[in-house]
Ligand binder design. Structure first.
Ligand code: BGC
Length: 321
């Protein structure tokens, strides 16, 4: 009895291995088929319209939804077909993979938020293959991209620092950076740092990254304020950072901290109105969506465009009665 079972064992193992390999092939075929179907659907949907793919930092995010929706608005009004894509959670590697797949689809134009150097080879590959690429929100000037549509991030960082120096006597600053690695966040840090460094009454005490998430911004700001009770300025470089910063300040019941940061999304404007935030840097995600579409359309039509298009950005303060 025992002997028989032993003899059967290798056969069962072989059978299971075969089954696994077969299942692998089956799954691959299904994926290929799904891609084919998706391609066919796209070409049916195109109905003669130029196909544009926009790749943002996140699929669903307060800031990126504004960029996406305004771009969609432009597409609908101008007989263009736009697909917006982005990772479910911010993840530059996944964003690069999305870009790779988008190139395979051979759209008529690509609009990409380019976060770091790993985007360069793909941007260049797309250009070589005849697909025009422009960057939005975060630039990649070392690539062959045709133009950039977005904020001048270094200048914005400088303006924030000047505002802080205008309002705080001796600056003891903490920074919540959206990321340390993304080009546009780096520029916002550099501009801020360079202006403060040139002053003899400013120090940056600490810096941490929120990964562009409100909950992380809150945790990091909370820890910073506990570690540095003398901290009197907090600067958030991405859209949800001031939300987290003010939550941390509230939790600790701290007062007299000058809060500055990016983006005039509704939630942040409310904090500005309540006096919890002192200064916001406005960016124009709506304008970025519209403008980037207009520019890619002009490129597709064969027009020449400037190689840098800065959208509006300025400091916004509370309207005092
Ligand atoms: C940046 C975007 C980023 C967003 C996230 C904005 O300030 O420009 O790139 O995705 O913040 O919160």
């Amino acid at each position: 009895m025992v002997m028989k079972r032993n003899r059967l064992a290798p056969l069962i193992v072989l059978f299971l291995m075969g089954l696994t390999i077969y299942a692998g092939f089956l799954i691959r075929d299904v994926i290929v088929l799904q891609d084919q179907i998706a391609d066919e659907n796209v070409s049916e949907t195109l109905d003669g319209r130029p196909h544009i793919i926009m790749i943002g930092e996140v699929e669903d995010h307060l800031y990126w939804n504004i960029v996406r929706d305004s771009a969609m608005e432009y597409a609908d009004a101008n007989h263009l077909y736009l697909q917006y894509k982005g990772p479910r959670d911010p993840n530059p590697d996944e964003q690069v993979n999305i870009l790779r797949k988008a190139i395979d689809v051979k759209p008529d134009g690509l609009i990409v938020q380019s976060l770091n150097e790993s985007f360069i080879p793909l941007i260049n590959e797309a250009i070589t293959k005849g697909i025009p690429v422009i960057t939005v929100d975060s630039d990649q000037p070392d690539s062959d991209r045709i133009t950039y549509v977005g904020t001048d991030n270094y200048a914005a960082g400088e303006r924030v620092a000047e505002d802080v120096l205008d309002h705080v006597d001796v600056v003891q600053a903490g920074i919540i950076a959206g990321t340390y690695t993304n080009n546009h966040h780096q520029l916002r840090l550099e501009g801020f740092h360079d202006v403060l460094q040139a002053s003899d009454r400013a120090d940056i005490l600490d810096m941490a990254s929120s990964g562009i998430k409100r909950v992380n911004a809150r945790e990091k700001a909370y820890q910073m304020l506990l570690t540095y009770p003398e901290m009197n300025v907090l600067y958030g470089t991405s859209a949800l950072d001031v939300l987290g910063i003010t939550e941390a300040i509230d939790l600790l019941g701290r007062e007299g901290i000058y809060v500055v940061g990016f983006d005039t999304i509704e939630e942040n404007l409310q904090l500005l109105g309540e006096g919890k935030v002192d200064t916001l840097v406005s960016q124009e995600p709506y304008q970025m969506g519209i403008k980037s579409m207009e520019i890619i359309e002009r490129i597709i039509r064969g027009e020449t465009v400037p190689d840098l298009i800065n959208t509006d950005s300025h400091l916004v303060k509370r309207d005092l009665p």
